[in-house]
Design a protein around this ligand. Sequence first.
Ligand code: ZN
Length: 138
Amino acid sequence: MGKVVGEIRKLESLNRIVLPSEVRKVKDLKPLEYAEIYIRENKDIVIEKYDAKKSKSAGLVRRLDALGRIVIPKPTVRELGLKEGDQMTFISGENGEIILKKYYKTCVFCGGDKNLYDFSDKLICEDCLRKIAKMATK
Ligand SMILES: [Zn+2]
């Protein structure tokens, strides 16, 4: 779960994304500083301020540019099947980490965009919800 931090941002060309100022504030990340990016087993992208002493060296280190943008490493983009124009949301995790996730504004099951409900951070449409409820009561 977790709380959404800052605005939804689009993945720009060359896998660049603007880190919302709220995110930079939470992580004390200033332009031209380094951040570490890694993927969890559940496909969450985690962004941490890079600290050579504390680093678990699990991730790839990337430098923010002067505008506070960061490049999401190519292997990460490929593994998650992200593409230019994808909308991404920033979520603050249980331990204060920043999680970057693809933002789905359609039903995760059928891709529909009508009568959506928010469930466990994802959207589900009423049709799919009914179908699942029916399966569960059989
Ligand atoms: Zn659906």
